[in-house]
Design a protein around this ligand. Sequence first.
Ligand SMILES: C[S@@+](CC[C@H](N)C(=O)[O-])C[C@H]1O[C@@H](n2cnc3c(N)ncnc32)[C@H](O)[C@@H]1O
Length: 266
Amino acid sequence: MSRADLHDVPETALWTLRNRAEEALRPGSRFPDPEAVRLYRALAGEDFSRFGRPGPGHSQRAAAFDAVVRGFLDEHPSGPVVALGEGLQTAYWRLGRPDVAWYSVDLPESVVLAERLLPAEPAVRRLAMSALDRAWLDEVPAGPALVSAEGLFMYLPREEVHALVADCAARFPGGRLVYDSVPPWFSAMTLRGKARLSKAYTTPPMPHSQRSSDLAAVVEAIPGVVAGHEVPVPPARPWDKALLRVADLPGVRDLRPTISVLEFAG
Ligand SMILES: C[S@@+](CC[C@H](N)C(=O)[O-])C[C@H]1O[C@@H](n2cnc3c(N)ncnc32)[C@H](O)[C@@H]1O
């Protein structure tokens, strides 16, 4: 039975994969993801119970990212799409657009695992390096691109994130970036080592946070970024609609995670 042998931040890709696959397996699921289920089963030797009880949050996040990528591909059918910190994401297969030029950037140990377990696809190019290493920028054609950073920026220092986004804006004029953020209270909890998913597992520190109300200042602060908006997450259960409405109330909005799109100058 296969195990992943990942540690630190790369290990968190197992947590998110487990949650997406469990959601896809749930009867009545609104999140079909056969490739994630196959991958999850392929890692049967892994003790996923250390990540606590599965929940729908990561599949809702993935579905929200998919909507942004689909919107970009409607305008730019051949891409490119760049997935930073892609881990064991299976968005490429969920989207069902095999010809899209897809670049996957992650740390070497994560890329080795993805290459071992996921099908090789002619359109998918895996780049084994830090997203902060600008060498990957040279591998992607200049011009409009969709850059996604799903579950990545929270683990990186804010200044590094802003400098990277500015470099993306310079390389991909007319492109956009989608990323998600944790709220400051949760970031603080992780920095104190208190974000325990179980007795056996505590999430790594997440130094970078962003509130819903911070987005305008982020747009203002990063050279080459001309606009930004938040992306809603879709409901995973019938009663989620009411919960999502409450999470959007002023006062509550700044306490929940956010997904943001930044538009690059053309
Ligand atoms: C929470 S996981 C998210 C994985 C995937 N995006 C998902 O949503 O399932 C964080 C990912 O970021 C990757 N990562 C951490 N630091 C990175 C860096 N500096 N550059 C690129 N990837 C990084 C890890 O290897 C891991 O795959």
